[in-house]
Design a binder for this molecule. Sequence first.
Ligand code: PEP
Ligand code: MN
Length: 334
Amino acid sequence: MIIILNSATTEQIDKILFKISQSGLEPHYVEHYGKQIITANGNTKNCSIAEYKKYAGVESVFQVSSSYKLASREFKQSKSIVNVRDVAFGGADIPVIAGPCAIEGYDQLKETASAVKNAGAVMLRGGAYKPRTSPYSFQGLEEEGLAILQAVSKELDIPTVSEVTDPRKVELVAEHVDMLQIGARNMQNFVLLKEVAKTNMPILLKRGASATIEEWLMAAEYIMADGNSNVILCERGIRTFEPITRNTLDLSAVPLVQYLSHLPVIVDPSHGTGIWRLVSPMAKAAMAAGADGLILEVHTCPEEAASDGPQSLTPYKFSLLMKELKSISSALKS
Ligand code: PEP
Ligand code: MN
């Protein structure tokens, strides 16, 4: 159950919270979209909506059938737009984020960033903390990588996203980037989710490789329950029985999540396939499926990339893809 309040006083709010806990439910107060909200969590079947409507300060009361409340369409019917500086996710335009898997040095990042920006990318990606499967693989340039990312972002005037893997590093990463990325491996790292929520910055929440749609939306709920509504979801492929591709890109997640939630959903065909040949076709398919954006890995020399070379597009292939995406985008709008 969700209770929307209108300029309720602390005393009025406390009365409602007390009533909810007395009924054996878990109350939670949060503010979103300029509204005061209380969620009552648990089995609310026998709750009387009319009874809660009588409380002073209450504007409306309604039941939400899903386990995620604030992330649900039942709570908010209109699609949410999440802004990262001047880039809007969830609106009419389909922003493309591009850049290397990992920041390897200033020259590499500057060259890649200039190329992707010239081709039409509106945000730059680059990992400074790399969650690698093997502890012996390149782990990222860490703080030095963040400084490079920030410098290139300023020089080219392009907003950035980078992954944060450790709750103790959230403040540091937040000082250097415009959007924080929660990687697939950390989708259910609840301590990390609570920590990034506090920044109130835009959060790119990747789907866990073995996460159901409901688990993914519940992870978004963690961020929203702590008052941060700036969540962008990212489908990046799930683990199936198929070993040729790195993951199986679940494009049906795009329209499904857009039906279940008001949050924008973007697609990562690079991690979703692991094979550069499949990246452009799946990027185009994602756009046709209604994705609210794309995130793609680009490397000036994929054979020499410190990570994820096999799934990285060269700047040239990326520029060809951007032209094709433009045609698809106009076809979709016409
Ligand atoms: C990444 O985007 O660099 C990354 C590691 O992705 P994922 O968390 O989806 O594997
Ligand atoms: Mn990668």
